[in-house]
Design a protein around this ligand. Structure first.
Ligand SMILES: [Zn+2]
Length: 102
């Protein structure tokens, strides 16, 4: 019997991690912007996300592309975890996270 070796994946899967902030244990993907900054994104793509993840040769982490018109891209769209994390204040300067209305 033959075993299929390469199941067709619709989208690449990235290593996930847990946000370890107090009160948040969301699954996140650590990506890196082309400026070299680490950027956590929610592990689950969403329709109104504005971050595209692309394979980054030689690295485990994907490259994050923030795009202005995400609906133009036929690819899973992610959201910066800075936006959705209830503990986002600990990521950057104290400031209320602005939640997108759904
Ligand atoms: Zn979080």
């Amino acid at each position: 019997m033959t075993t299929p070796t390469a199941p067709a994946a619709e989208a690449p899967t990235w290593p996930t991690a847990k946000c370890n902030d107090d009160g948040c244990s969301a699954d996140i993907i650590w990506a890196r912007t082309n400026a070299g900054k680490a950027m956590p994104v929610d592990a689950v793509p969403v329709d109104n996300g504005n971050v595209l993840l692309r394979p980054w040769p030689g690295r485990d982490e994907p490259e994050a592309h923030v795009v202005n018109m995400p609906e133009r891209f036929d690819a899973p769209r992610y959201t910066s975890h800075f936006v959705t994390c209830p503990a986002a204040a600990s990521f950057r300067r104290p400031r209320r996270a602005v939640r997108r209305s759904v």
